[in-house]
Design a protein around this ligand. Structure first.
Ligand code: AMP
Length: 410
């Protein structure tokens, strides 16, 4: 089925063609007709499934021509707000509809000028939006369509109270579109507060990792993590690699060491200024940087076509983050690889991840890497498969099976 059959307006169809899309993705096939009916929608879909166009295209079709500020899209991060606004603007290029991105970390001047000129679509992060609501630059009384995107991440970032406040300021007569990769109870509560009789769309299972990604665990002693990262970068045939660190400080440190080893590296985390973040992303997209080191929140939802590899330098803290991180590669059916460096301390986290995604991740060993022995934690029983039980245990990869079910946690 093509986009033509989806009842999008002609200018929007031309915008889609210009974006180079030929066939709708599954979420687009299911969500576009639902949004066009004007009904509320709750969709669970990961980024990488094409969900931005799934809401942007029918919204632009419903808006028709330039008028008042009728659409509000809430995003958890500046990067996502910028990216989604760009998508709207691209698809709307053959219409006279106007969009603005509203987010913090940059001056107020340009955003205010655009708001004064009059916009149809506001794509915003909650904090900066509230600033404009409070000083009267934005009024939500004409909003007819509200999009709450990546709601699970809004929850993680502590945005839910302000998001609820914003929802309460929108007219009750409106269409609300709700996107969240996972729907834990707190999110379900927001959905029932914000939505009326929604259509439900679920694409794939929100727990699943993108199918076109092959992934593997690389067990290693803690002290050798960086060496293994370097060795992996030396061995794999990559175009662009996203390296995940749990902490901002860790991300900086990894980046410094990679630079010292002559890699071209960008860093993305919340302590960097907005200009630094823009430069990092643009440089990574253009190929100026081959490696980008990022924290989870900063990397949430960023869309960089052609990320060939994701390396989890640190195991993610939450199982959902594993799915989100891995979703950075293999986007829109491209093939990507995802590697996770794991130390014995991570056994509990890995077990949780495997349970969450419902599959076991194969353990691999990098040929030729000078693995050092590592010592098993004394508290753990010495009954690993194929090991004979003597200590210290050798970290020899392959049969390093601490990550099966039933082990003690952390
Ligand atoms: P999203 O899930 O909205 O972040 O989209 C993921 C990526 O898929 C983006 O790079 C989109 O430009 C791309 N994409 C979305 N829909 C399509 C489509 N129908 N055909 C080709 N690429 C698409």
């Amino acid at each position: 089925m093509s986009f033509k059959a989806l009842n999008l307006s002609d200018p929007v169809l031309r915008g889609v063609q210009a974006a180079g899309y030929t066939d709708p993705t599954p979420i687009q096939l299911r969500a576009i007709p639902a949004v066009l009916t004007g009904r509320d929608l709750i969709a669970s879909a990961q980024t990488g499934t094409g969900k931005t166009a799934a809401f942007a295209l029918p919204i632009l079709t419903r808006l028709g021509a330039h008028g008042r500020a009728r659409v509000l899209v809430l995003e958890p991060t500046r990067e996502l707000a910028a990216q989604v606004e760009t998508a709207f603007r691209d698809f709307a290029r053959f219409t006279d509809l106007r969009t603005v991105a509203v987010f913090g970390g940059v001056g107020y001047g340009v955003q205010r000028t655009e708001l004064r000129r009059g916009v149809d679509i506001i794509v915003a992060t909650p904090g900066r939006l509230m600033d404009y609501i409070q000083d009267g630059s934005i009024n939500l009384r004409d909003i007819t369509i509200l999009v709450l995107d990546e709601v699970d991440r809004m929850l993680d970032m502590g945005f839910l109270p302000v998001v609820k406040d914003i929802i309460g300021r929108c007219p009750r007569e409106r269409q609300t579109l709700f996107f969240s990769a996972t729907v834990p109870p707190e999110i379900a509560a927001v959905a029932s507060f914000a939505l009326r009789d929604p259509t439900r769309v679920e694409v794939g299972v929100s727990r699943s990792v993108t199918e076109s990604v092959t992934h593997a665990l690389y067990p290693v002693a803690h002290d050798q993590k960086f060496d293994l990262l370097l060795a992996l970068l030396g061995k794999i045939d990559y175009d662009s690699v996203l390296v995940f660190s749990r902490t901002k400080h860790g991300a900086d440190k990894i980046a410094r060491r990679l630079k010292a080893a002559n890699h071209s590296v960008a860093v993305l985390h919340a302590n960097r200024s907005q200009n630094q973040r823009i430069e990092a992303l643009a440089g990574f997209k253009s190929g100026k940087y081959e490696v980008m080191v990022a924290t989870d929140i900063a990397a949430r939802g960023i869309d960089v076509a052609g990320v060939s590899h994701v390396i989890n330098y640190d195991v993610p803290e939450k199982p959902e983050d594993y799915v989100h991180r891995i979703g950075r590669t293999g986007r829109a059916q491209a093939v990507g690889d995802a590697y996770t460096l794991v130390t014995p301390e991570n056994a509990g986290d890995i077990r949780d991840i495997q349970r969450f995604i419902g599959q076991k991740i194969p353990e691999l060993r990098l040929e030729g890497f000078p693995y050092q022995p590592f010592v098993a934690r004394p508290a753990q029983p010495a009954q690993q498969r194929g090991g004979g039980g003597q200590r210290p245990r050798q970290g020899q990869g392959g049969g390093w099976s601490r990550f099966g079910a039933g082990r003690g946690r952390r």
